[in-house]
Design a binder for this molecule. Structure first.
Ligand code: CTP
Length: 226
């Protein structure tokens, strides 16, 4: 089944996990890579939906793809579950927060003179939830693409994620390199595919990188229904 017959679900940006009504933990993901992927997906696929955490509103205004805003990792998971369908391509370019406070205070936490600690718990891993759904055959013929933002042992960690999350493809982003990673307009990506092949892309704009990633996805998609 060709990409133009499939729905593409792209996630982008960070998520937020709130400590109290005015404070959260998050990360500096800008959502630019996700927006570029959603733009490129709309050009090539039957439908493209962009599920995104808090990012600059200008990035999604006047876009033709459907845009679904979310706040927390739980909400991002719920939105992905709602959008998922057989034969969909899921590109997880988002940087969901991995930890959430065990207790969210209903009121602003007041400062004290003493040290204080906050207990965190893990948020759901969206790609692992998709792996579960596939293994239980709740959804068939998904093609899943992950991103790995790494600062050390970059290739090893990316390949671990490819296997552990049962991905079809992973895009490694060595965020310690200049011109790669969070907030920049360019990226330096290496694409690893589950068949063992790899493609190293030089530094390029996030739009160009999105086109190259979609080229690889298009070339790898099974052309038949399983
Ligand atoms: N991801 C996800 N759900 C999460 C966290 C991450 O689906 N709760 C996805 C990201 O969108 C990305 C991939 O998993 O496609 C890898 O994300 P990354 O932050 O690099 O790795 P983690 O799995 O969070 O592991 P670690 O932080 O230990 O490197």
């Amino acid at each position: 089944m060709l990409l133009r017959e499939r729905k593409v679900i792209v996630t982008g940006g960070p998520t937020r996990e709130w400590l109290d009504p005015i404070r959260f933990i998050s990360n500096p993901s800008s959502g630019k890579m996700g927006v570029a992927l959603a733009d490129e997906s709309l050009r090539r696929a039957r439908e493209a939906v962009f599920i995104y955490g808090p990012i600059d509103a200008a990035l999604v205004s006047n876009k033709r793809f459907r845009a679904v805003p979310v706040d927390t990792t739980e909400e991002m998971l719920a939105a992905v579950r709602k959008e998922i369908e057989e034969n969909a391509v899921v590109i997880m370019a988002a940087a969901p927060a991995d930890f959430a406070p065990v207790k969210k205070s209903g009121q602003k936490i007041k400062k004290t003179d003493r040290l204080f600690s906050i207990e965190f718990t893990k948020t759901p891993d969206i790609l692992k939830e998709l792996k579960e759904m596939r293994s239980k055959e709740l959804i068939r013929n998904l093609f899943t693409v992950g991103f790995a933002a790494e600062t050390e042992n970059v290739e090893k960690y990316a390949l671990n994620k490819l296997t552990e999350k049962h991905l079809d493809m992973i895009c490694l982003n060595d965020v310690s390199q200049k011109g790669a990673g969070f907030g920049t307009d360019t990226n330096i990506i290496t694409i690893f595919v589950k068949d063992g092949s790899r493609l190293e892309l030089p530094m390029m704009s996030k739009q160009e990188a999105a086109a190259r990633i979609l080229d690889e996805i298009e070339n790898r998609l099974p052309r038949y229904l399983i």
